[in-house]
Ligand binder design. Structure first.
Ligand code: ATP
Length: 271
């Protein structure tokens, strides 16, 4: 069996302050994940049930992984476990029951609270016909562990998906993934500006005063957080190519046109 450190990160280096915009999601994630884990004694004293599982759903690049890491980081002695659906399907072949149990046991034995993040859960727990035997075994084990959660203290499972409608409904029953957080496909204008500002600060980018993030936000309707981050990075690379150490408006304009072109390509492919 594998070394658990492959999945585990202590205090992941992502904070809520590094997330641009998305204020409502921040509040919701703090309420459904951070509060029950940071105040677990108060929860049990007052008689409130902490959540076992939370489903994050929304398109790729909207910040689901980022939020799961940030909440783990915000918790004192928090630990983050990252399980990628498609990857474990091949690695856990024949030993999924044991692996799931080992991860949950490890998580509950840590000094602080733990977040177990399962990315692309639909690859394992699809409701579609013809789901493979291995997938069924993993889902069954996951549900067994979650149903017996009283023995796993201070652990919350966050599952992420782009296709919530494809998930086996058995996962959504009470005591399982019974809370959800929706990551919108479109961001309001202020959020796009805030993401550009937050990411450029966090990455310590050298941005010229003449750069106008509001103007860029106006031209990037329907862009995700990941695409805005890529825009800044591509602009920085274009500055380096031009032998500069400052990002100027032309770098952003060039990067914007390129990404816009590849976005249109993708839309044509899928449409
Ligand atoms: P996927 O479904 O593809 O796993 P995701 O929703 O988990 O996507 P993330 O991996 O969290 O997306 O985000 C992709 C990248 O975009 C990351 O580098 C992340 O830091 C950045 N990003 C996304 N949204 C924001 C945001 N609101 N503020 C700052 N960075 C963001």
């Amino acid at each position: 069996s594998s070394d658990l450190s492959r999945y585990r990160t202590e205090n992941p280096d992502n904070s809520f302050d590094d997330i641009g915009g998305l204020e409502t999601i921040k509040e919701r994630v703090k309420e459904v994940v951070e509060l029950p884990l940071s105040k677990s004694d108060e929860f049990s004293e007052i008689g409130a049930d902490p959540p076992t599982g939370v489903l994050f759903h929304g398109p790729p690049g909207t910040g689901k992984t980022l939020f799961a890491r940030a909440v783990a980081d915000s918790l004192e002695d928090g630990t983050f476990y990252n399980i990628n659906g498609p990857e474990v399907l091949s690695r856990w072949y024949g030993e999924s029951e044991r692996e799931i149990r080992r991860i949950f046991e490890d998580a509950s034995q840590r000094d602080g609270p733990s977040i177990i993040f399962i990315d692309e859960i639909e690859s394992i727990a699809s409701s579609r016909e013809g789901s493979r035997e291995v997938n069924r075994r993993i889902v069954t084990q996951l549900l067994t562990v979650m149903d017996g959660f009283d023995e796993f203290e201070d652990v919350i499972v966050i599952a992420a998906t782009n296709r919530p409608e494809d998930i086996d409904q058995a996962l959504r029953r009470p005591g399982r993934f019974d809370r959800e957080v929706e990551f919108p496909s479109e961001l309001p204008m202020e959020d796009r500006v805030d993401i550009l500002e937050t990411v450029s600060e966090q990455e310590e980018m050298n941005v010229a005063d003449s750069v106008d993030f509001t103007g860029i936000a106006e031209e990037t309707e329907e862009w995700t957080g990941a695409e805005l981050k890529r825009l800044l990075n591509d602009a920085a690379v274009s500055g380096v190519k031009d032998s500069r150490t400052t990002i100027i408006p032309e770098d952003l304009a060039l990067a914007l046109r390129r990404i816009e072109r590849s976005r249109r390509g993708k839309q044509n492919e899928s449409g």
